[in-house]
Ligand binder design. Structure first.
Ligand SMILES: [Zn+2]
Length: 85
């Protein structure tokens, strides 16, 4: 009986560690993306900087590959970005 209790406690501890690791990974992914809105009002999530930027239309799981707004076709900004101090 004691062995089972120890196993349950170990399983619970492992589950907690996995959940914490997943949470940290998700927090990092969220921090790496930011919001951007096209002039037409289409909202995007943006990851990366400068020419390595990737745009996801809000609510979509597939990134924009052709570099144009999915709503109005305007080119998405890819020039060097100033970091606000
Ligand atoms: Zn647009």
């Amino acid at each position: 009986m004691k062995g089972i209790v120890a196993e349950v406690a170990l399983a619970a501890a492992l589950a907690g560690a996995v959940a914490a690791a997943l949470w940290r990974r998700r927090a990092a992914a969220t921090a790496a993306t930011r919001q951007w809105s096209c002039g037409c009002g289409q909202a995007y999530r943006v990851s990366g900087i400068d020419r390595h930027r990737i745009y996801w239309p809000a609510g979509e799981t597939d990134p924009v590959l052709h570099g144009g707004c999915v709503s109005c076709g305007a080119p998405l900004p890819a020039e060097h970005e100033r970091v606000a101090a």
